[in-house]
Write a protein that binds this ligand. Structure first.
Ligand code: SAH
Length: 260
């Protein structure tokens, strides 16, 4: 069996229990060495075969999986964060399906969650934004034209931008062209949850100079939106004046002064 496992954002204890159990009994691990913390591999059993996919092609990865499967081995394919985001898992799954090789997918903590934790941020604040746009700038991998940064910025929702640390001047320009005011709060989170994590707060206009001053050139997420410092409304869920499925409202009570 092959299991795609989300390694989490970096810290060794931010892999899921299930993911770690899979590593503990893996015969073969193929890990995305450019971003996965190699410390996670410490729990692998003695004699486990370890491959770093940063140096391999898709075909070479599938060759290792096919060969391992033929030998009845337990195989873990370890991807950073959650494999569903920019993980290039679909092409592996499709090739495995074609060969009738079974696989499963074990989710992980994505780096965009690790970055929120580092910032102490809630991406969805009532009255400010109830949506999170996860996207990237076009690089060697193109982004469909309809998904331009500027078109998403027009919504003024929270944006989390992956894979774009090398293009921050253009990113600022596109965010502002799309409708964010230049002074909209933004953050750069480098290596969220790793021991050398850096949290840099700035505005959408000052992304590039902020990253440059701290020598951040890769492995970072850009977060933009008023949720990083705006005036929000209290949640209805915990408002004493609000009845929910689990709790009756206290009559005449609300803790939100302007909300009577
Ligand atoms: N599947 C991963 C994303 C892989 S794409 C996930 O769910 O997080 C690789 C990009 O993710 C990097 O270029 C960077 O933008 C971001 N990234 C991955 N780990 C990160 C971390 N610990 N801190 C900040 N950004 C990270």
């Amino acid at each position: 069996m092959i299991t795609f496992v989300g390694a989490g954002p970096g810290a060794e204890d931010l892999i899921t229990v299930r993911g770690q159990e899979l590593l503990k009994r893996a015969d073969i691990v193929i890990y995305a060495g450019s971003l996965v913390n190699p410390g996670l591999l410490r729990v692998c059993p003695e004699g486990c075969e370890i491959y770093n996919s940063a140096k391999m092609t898709l075909e070479e990865v599938i060759d290792v999986m096919r060969d391992g499967q033929a030998r009845g081995k337990e195989i873990v394919r370890l991807h950073t964060g959650d494999p569903c985001l920019y993980g290039a898992i679909r092409e592996q799954m499709d090739l495995l399906d074609k060969e009738g090789i079974p696989w499963e997918d074990c989710p992980g903590v994505s780096s965009f969650c690790g970055a929120a934790a580092a910032l102490g941020a809630e991406y969805t604040l009532p009255g400010i934004s109830q949506s999170v746009v996860i996207t990237r700038m076009a690089g060697r991998t193109p982004v469909p034209e309809k998904e331009s940064i500027a078109s998403f910025a027009a919504h003024q929702a929270t944006m989390v931008i992956f894979l774009s640390t090398g293009m921050l001047k253009e990113l600022s320009r596109e965010l502002i062209r799309g409708g964010y005011a230049p002074d909209t709060p933004a953050a750069i989170v480098y290596k969220a949850t790793w021991s050398d994590e850096k949290v840099l707060r700035c505005t959408v206009e000052t992304l590039e100079e902020t990253a440059r001053a701290e020598h951040v050139t890769k492995t970072a997420l850009i977060i933009a939106g008023r949720v990083l410092d705006g005036d929000y409304e209290r949640s209805k869920l915990y408002d004493p004046g609000f009845t929910t499925e689990f709790r009756e409202a206290v009559p005449g009570k609300t803790e939100d002064p302007g909300k009577e």
